[in-house]
Ligand binder design. Structure first.
Ligand code: ATP
Ligand code: MG
Length: 655
């Protein structure tokens, strides 16, 4: 075959050329699912479907953006693809709500609460309703939000969520019911949405008599990558978007479903043919990413899963170094081993950009980060605390968010509490005044500021009035600049080591330069935040940057060399997940996702001893030896172990 699709195998080509009937591609890791979606979009554009009538949903904005770039490359036409609508479900929901929201009563200047904000609101309401103050067994604000969110996304009533997920809170059902009602009502009063609201409101748009058909009419083709990690609400959304499934394509791998804690369910994949009768199913079995020795190992790991749809992946890349299982004495040796191998591979011609170090929890890489910094090895880290979750970034954004939506009390309290002498109580009073004045910041001019803030108060009011008067798109760069200028001295007082934090503010200023308007900037930062510091700046030299990532954030990606750290029981699987059957199965899939990222080289490392947390060990008690012995992860069974070459770090010989 020649032309656009010449590189694809038969099954992939069939998927790319498939007509408009609903299509499900179910296939294992590295079989070209994402690639096939890219070619399908390109093929459809080449056949005359206008790019702006295509909607491509992926798990992160970065992933969607890269797919659209690849479409342009396939078409060798940089202009053909950018109009494709791409992003996450939440990102696309936000764009649609900006445009069509007013028709269903959405306030045009709504703002969005990220998880932290939503937790804060839950916490505030718990106090207002006097729920958690007396009873110490009442769930904390974070658990409250998790319970609420799970119910929304799985579309199940509170009682069921409690029975299935949180039996210890069952006796608080009535109080939680009250709390959630208050939470819903308060968000409406404040004109704020949490993440879940975005999806629900998108559903509302689709149900609306006039708006629904307009949105449905916008898109001819809707494609979803990583469908195994979508939830019930998202499946319903797709049904609303494409009621008969025409033009709908979803791809996924049940063995890689790793977000059930957020109510994602593989049932979406399995039920697809029932939800959209006439759906065609295409399976892909040839893996193009990894060598056969690596596949043998990964096949072995997933074969232990309790439940799965048999698919034995094979690769035509028969030869390659065997995966390495490396025992290290302790964490220091693990760090030393990994950095040595990274540099060795680099010397042999595999650039840092083609290497990645993966770990289960963000803090598992702290020692490694220190060592990389000492050695001057550039790295970018995904899946840790996000840039926008950093306190100082949230501080600065709170000023802009309050200006955008003066009713937003969470941002308002945060902004006001930046000022010396102002606490939550005083902030509340001031926000009440502001609300009474219909969000005109001038009303604060005559407010009684605490003595400590006497000098800064007029400056603050001037800034907020000025920001408040700016319409959405006006002088965005200047808005962020003035807000930073106001905030910087406060930051320098509040934090010991302000240099990195000031650099973050600078990054925010640069982001503002590329955003069309304030509402979009704030929404993007909340809904699809950059996954790593510096991500949007592009980085100085991509080739010279190593990737560090949590296992979750590595989804969908690939590198020639992959190192998995801390493959010991308690870390993989995480201790807290090891007591529950379903959670344990999910941990296994998470491990599987990690191993299947490797193309040529796979190193799985585990330290035999580990500094015990808090200086306390179960074996020797306080003050005993500060090291705990670790066991190799239970996911590497005897049979799986046999597929590895096993070595000690100290005597390691490259194969
Ligand atoms: P994952 O399950 O990890 O998301 P995937 O199924 O989406 O993986 P891709 O990322 O699309 O797989 O592809 C894996 C690798 O295989 C990529 O490097 C891709 O370029 C390559 N590839 C896919 N199809 C082919 C093909 N027909 N010929 C050669 N290489 C291919
Ligand atoms: Mg993929």
């Amino acid at each position: 075959p020649s032309g656009l699709l010449a590189h694809l195998n038969d099954a992939q080509r069939a998927a790319a050329c498939h007509g408009m009937e609903p299509l499900l591609i179910i296939a294992g890791a590295g079989t070209g699912k994402t690639t096939t979606l890219v070619y399908r979009v390109a093929q459809q554009i080449a056949q005359g479907v206008p790019a702006e009538r295509i909607l491509l949903l992926s798990f992160t904005r970065r992933a969607a953006f890269q797919m659209i770039q690849r479409v342009a490359a396939v078409l060798s036409d940089a202009d053909a693809a950018p109009n494709v609508w791409g992003g996450t479900f939440h990102g696309v929901a936000t764009r649609l709500l900006r445009q069509y929201g007013p028709a269903i009563g959405v306030h045009p200047r709504f703002t969005i609460y990220d998880q932290g904000d939503a937790e804060d609101l839950m916490g505030a309401l718990c106090r207002e309703l006097d729920l958690d103050t007396k009873d110490k067994t009442f769930p904390k604000k974070r658990a409250c939000l998790a319970i609420h969110s799970y119910g929304v996304n799985a579309e199940v009533p509170l009682d069921d969520v409690l029975v299935a997920q949180h039996p210890q809170f069952e006796r608080h059902a009535a109080a939680l019911q009250r709390l959630f009602a208050a939470y819903t009502q308060r968000k409406a009063e404040l004109h704020v949405f949490d993440y879940d609201d975005l999806l629900r409101k998108w559903c509302d748009l689709l149900d609306h008599e006039q708006v629904g058909p307009k949105i449905r009419g916008r898109f001819e083709l809707v494609l979803v990558d990583e469908y195994q990690d979508t939830n019930r609400l998202q499946a319903r959304l797709l049904g609303g978007l494409r009621p008969d499934g025409r033009g709908l394509t979803v791809v996924g791998d049940d063995a890689q479903s790793i977000y059930s804690f957020r109510a994602a369910t593989v049932r979406n994949i399995l039920d697809f043919p029932r939800q959209f009768p006439g759906a065609q199913i295409i399976k892909l079995e040839q893996n193009y990413r990894s060598t056969q020795p690596i596949l043998t190992t990964t096949n072995g790991v997933i074969a232990q899963a309790a439940e799965r749809y048999e698919k034995e992946l094979w690769s035509s890349r028969t030869a390659g170094p065997p995966p390495q299982l490396v025992t290290c004495e302790d964490e220091f040796e693990q760090v030393e081993f990994v950095t040595n191998r990274i540099l060795e591979h680099q010397r042999q011609g595999i650039p840092l950009a083609q290497q990645a170090v993966l770990f289960r929890a963000s803090h598992h890489s702290i020692q490694l980060e220190g060592q990389l910094a000492r050695l001057g090895i550039e790295f970018v880290k995904y899946g840790g605390l996000k840039f926008v979750e950093a306190a100082h970034v949230k501080d600065l954004l709170s000023l802009l968010r309050l200006a955008e939506n003066p009713r937003d009390t969470v941002s308002g309290a945060r902004a006001l509490c930046l000022l010396p002498g102002i606490g939550p109580k005083k902030a509340q009073d001031l926000l009440r005044e502001l609300a009474a004045a219909d969000g005109q910041f001038d009303v604060w001019r005559d407010a009684k500021a605490p003595a400590k803030s006497k000098e800064i108060w007029p400056e603050f009011v001037r800034l907020m009035s000025w920001l408040g008067q700016r319409g959405a798109g006006e002088d965005l760069g200047e808005q962020v600049r003035r807000a930073s200028k106001f905030y910087e001295p406060l930051l320098e007082q509040a934090y010991d080591n302000p240099a990195q934090r000031l650099a973050d503010l600078e990054e925010l200023n640069q982001l503002a330069a590329h955003a069309p308007d304030r509402a979009t900037l704030l929404a993007d930062l909340t809904v699809d935040p950059p996954a790593a510091r510096g991500e949007l700046r592009g980085g100085p030299d991509r080739d010279q940057t190593l990737t560090l990532s949590t296992l979750h954030s590595a989804k969908g990606l690939e590198w020639r060399v992959v190192y998995v750290l801390h493959a010991s029981d308690g870390k993989i699987p995480l201790e807290r997940a090891s007591f529950d059957f379903d959670q344990l199965e999910e941990e296994r899939r998470i491990f599987y996702v990690a191993l299947t990222r490797a193309a040529d080289w796979l190193y799985v490392c585990y330290p035999r001893h580990e500094a015990a947390a808090y200086g306390y060990t179960s074996r020797s008690g306080w003050g005993g030896d500060m090291f705990e012995s670790c066991r190799l992860t239970r996911f590497i069974t005897k049979a799986v172990k046999a597929s590895f070459q096993c070595q000690n770090a100290a005597t390691f010989q490259p194969p």
